[in-house]
Design a protein around this ligand. Sequence first.
Ligand code: ATP
Ligand code: MG
Length: 283
Amino acid sequence: MLTIAIQNKGRLNEDTVALLADAGISASASHRKLISDAKGFPLHVLYLRDDDIPQAVAMGVADIGIVGLNEVMEKECDVDIIMKLGFGACRLSLAVPKSVDYPGLSWFEGKRVATSYPVILRNFFSEKGIQAFVHEIAGSVEVAPAVGMADAIFDIVSSGGTLIQNGLKEEETVIQSEAVLIANPALDAEKRADTEKLMFRFRSTIDSKGMKYVLMNLPKARLDEAVSILPGMKSPTVMPLADNDWISLHVVLHEDVLWEKIELLKNIGASDILVLALENVIR
Ligand code: ATP
Ligand code: MG
């Protein structure tokens, strides 16, 4: 049976358990367990610290895992990144004290940079030909410049609020990260097939994110105009109504364009518009 490693607690735990649930797989969210069996799919779930997930998958202790791309890159383990999962977005950036008049990367020459991601940072500096001192610290990286432990930091940023609170400003984004599905490169055929099945389920829930199912009544004579308002989609579904001059139109719209399209459809006579949540899009 396939074994998946997921974060036991922390930022990725909840979204990971929710992704599994959307895919019809119930895994205990409890971080007191080390391993449990999921329901809804033949799967062992192994609960680990995120730092240990790339190695667990590389060693085959778990066959697949869900972890931040940042951890995968830092650990440099032999795993395949097989799918981006669309949550846990963040970036790894270099930040300097806000008083610095930053001239570009050359500023880092000879500077001390504190980070919990020394491998990614060393790789970046060596690629750019910058000689800097990389100081690995385990936590609270953002306070290092204020206490004189470093001149700058390299850390995870999502909103940037933590940097501002600590008198820092973000100057260089080194990687964009999100949660990814990783796999041991040597899975046997059966495990590979099970992984494909899981990916198929994940894909359908990820593809449905932000999508709405929209139904409306429309005068039949305005159908061509409605179709031209809804470009880039396969033809909308059209259902007859008891009144022959009217039809019911069904479309799937992304929430980013939902209100704009609804305005336009109302202008050509659409009424009784229903907007429904969409759980899965299976292509
Ligand atoms: P663990 O106890 O499992 O080692 P951790 O403290 O290392 O946990 P978390 O803070 O739970 O890690 O973050 C897990 C992952 O969530 C990060 O590696 C990153 O991929 C992602 N992430 C997304 N946004 C943020 C953020 N604002 N700060 C930190 N991590 C973030
Ligand atoms: Mg960690």
